[in-house]
Design a protein. Structure first.
Ligand SMILES: Nc1ncnc2c1ncn2[C@@H]1O[C@H](COP(=O)(O)OP(=O)(O)OP(=O)(O)O)[C@@H](O)[C@H]1O
Length: 531
């Protein structure tokens, strides 16, 4: 909790050294008042002096670390600083405009505007402008509700990763360097217009020379590693200073956060890792006899490196694109069931699970199969978490909130005794509210006979916001009982809520946790749902 407290303090600009009045006091018994007061004062004073000395001793190491890290960052640091200033000025002027719009209103400035650039909305915008590292940091905040204040976790769910495209000439240069030979000896054709452009990578359609196979090439954007080094070093310095200023801050947690961010970012900019993840998912499909039902793009290792990833091109539409999907398959419900069974099966039988199956990464393919894209973020489940997760999922399916509570207690590290009955009652309230809220939203969308893609999308966005709020509720209630979950649990739960949303959209009458066709817990034996 120390991390949360301090980070909250920072976010409201209130970080300070521990004042005298809050120093722990050891009460000696049976002493006259004056002596007691003196003893109390001198103990507090001693403690303060010891802490100060302790800190002063650490100061040279901190300065050395900062200097060393800044030297490692080199001129990239200055460049990043300039970009940072530009981003602050940009979002700052947006904020000023918004302030001036509300200046004449009688209700005064909304809290969002009062907090300035530190408010969730403007901080999210600032992160988006700052690019790759901060977008990933934002996405990390969104996935770590136990560490950050809920309003930030909620807002950062919408940290969009879109960035201007890098000119095609530059992309061609990178491809030539990475392939080590003229690109036209490998590719017969590359589409100069990118299929997608995010902060870290850009994707182009292409055709392999000789075989004529359609592929996509995911290219790491130039200079992205430099930006990462500069940004991660900056984040490291900030963490060190925080530790220095607040000795009460749990060091292990803060270091773990920085380590987690660092590791997940470095994994994402190494396409060899993504290639390994896709390949292991494909092996899982093969081993389970699921290749006729689902796929992930085949990787062309001979045309892939750390910086470029050449993959089979899939053709299809996102599973949530209701109108398009109906033109491809007669029963979107069956498609959804397949997707769910394949994903749940991977939890058990694959080395890692796809931890980012948002709508853009889950496709209904033209050939009828389900396509899983983008294996940049994966999770791994420890046996302990998985065992508790099994019970958790079973308990959802039978609406047994007491076993749900005990599964959550098993998963969440706590030294305290938890009142599992009260916890169960609180969980029940949350899950009941999920059912009510979502059904309402989706039914409203479905009744609209003129529904077009935009209408559906608007409703889905609204629905997603609610789902996230409910997901945060589960975590918040658990936290109030002293539970702290491993991050893989948050990844899993978030994914389940995404799936719940797809279910309400594609198969409103189906109960994901009860339907016999969905093997939530054990998917070793694939049932034939097509008979
Ligand atoms: N194998 C593929 N076949 C067809 N299109 C693809 C393929 N891989 C990627 N794309 C297209 O490129 C887009 C971005 O790809 P991907 O999700 O892998 O990159 P990303 O940089 O991680 O993007 P994001 O973070 O937005 O998910 C996909 O949404 C899809 O439109």
């Amino acid at each position: 909790m120390a991390v949360v407290t301090v980070l909250r303090g920072v976010s409201h600009g209130r970080l300070s050294l521990l004042p005298h009045s809050q120093l722990p006091i050891v009460r000696p018994r049976n002493r006259p008042n004056v002596l007691r007061i003196f003893a109390r004062y001198s103990q507090a004073h001693d403690l303060f002096t010891t802490r100060l000395q302790d800190r002063l001793e650490k100061l040279p190491k901190l300065v050395e670390d900062i200097v060393q890290t800044s030297l490692n960052t080199g001129p990239r640091g200055a460049l990043r600083l300039a970009q940072g200033v530009q981003a602050v000025v940009g979002v700052g002027s947006e904020w000023l405009q918004d302030v001036s719009k509300t200046a004449n209103s009688s209700t005064g400035l909304p809290t969002q505007l009062q907090l300035g650039l530190l408010s969730p909305l403007y901080l999210r915008k600032l992160f988006e402008r700052m690019g790759a590292t901060y977008i990933k940091l934002g996405q990390f905040i969104a996935s770590a509700p136990t560490l950050f204040p809920p309003e930030y976790v909620q807002e950062f769910q919408y940290c969009f990763d879109r960035a201007p495209a890098v000119p095609f000439e530059e992309i061609k240069t990178i491809l030539g360097e990475e392939l080590g030979r003229p690109i036209d000896t490998v590719f017969e054709y590359i589409d100069p217009a990118p299929l997608a452009s995010a902060s870290i990578a850009q994707v182009h359609g292409a055709r392999i020379r000789g075989t004529g196979e359609d592929v996509v090439i995911k290219v790491l954007k130039p200079g992205i590693e430099d930006i990462l080094v500069a940004d991660l070093n900056f984040i490291y310095i900030a963490a060190r200073i925080l530790e220095f200023l607040s000795p009460d801050l749990s060091r292990a947690s803060l270091v773990a956060i920085v380590k987690d961010i660092r590791e997940s970012m470095l994994e994402e900019v190494d396409f060899n890792k993504e290639a390994t993840n896709v390949e292991s998912f494909r092996r899982y499909l093969e081993a389970m006899g699921l290749t006729r039902q689902a796929t992930a793009p085949k990787v062309y290792p001979q045309y892939s490196t750390k910086r470029i990833l050449t993959m089979e091109r899939l053709y299809g539409v996102p599973l949530t694109d209701l109108d398009s999907i109906k033109s491809l398959v007669s029963s979107p419900e069956i498609s959804l069931i397949t997707a769910l069974n394949v994903w749940f099966g991977s939890l058990l039988a694959c080395e890692s699970f796809h931890a980012d199956v948002h709508a853009g990464n889950l496709w209904q393919l033209r050939d009828g199969r389900i396509g899983f894209l983008d294996f940049g973020i994966v999770g791994r489940i420890s046996p302990k978490t998985w065992a508790a997760m099994e019970v958790f999922l079973q308990s959802i399916s039978i609406e047994d909130y007491e076993s749900m509570a005990s599964a959550l207690i098993d998963m969440g590290a706590t030294g305290k005794d938890v009142d599992s009955k009260a916890f169960a009652r609180d969980l029940e309230k949350i899950f009941l509210s999920i059912q009510d809220l979502d059904t309402e939203v989706i039914v409203a969308a479905a009744r609209d006979t003129n529904t077009n893609a935009n209408t559906v999308a608007a409703n889905v966005a609204f629905d997603e916001r609610q789902m996230n709020a409910l997901f945060l509720d589960v975590v918040r209630v658990s936290e109030s009982y002293g539970l702290k979950f491993p991050r893989e649990f948050a990844l899993l739960l978030k994914q389940l809520l995404y799936f719940d949303r797809y279910t309400r959209l594609l198969a409103p009458n189906m109960n994901m946790y009860r339907d016999q066709r969905i093997e939530l817990v054990s998917n070793r034996r694939q049932r034939n749902i097509y008979q």
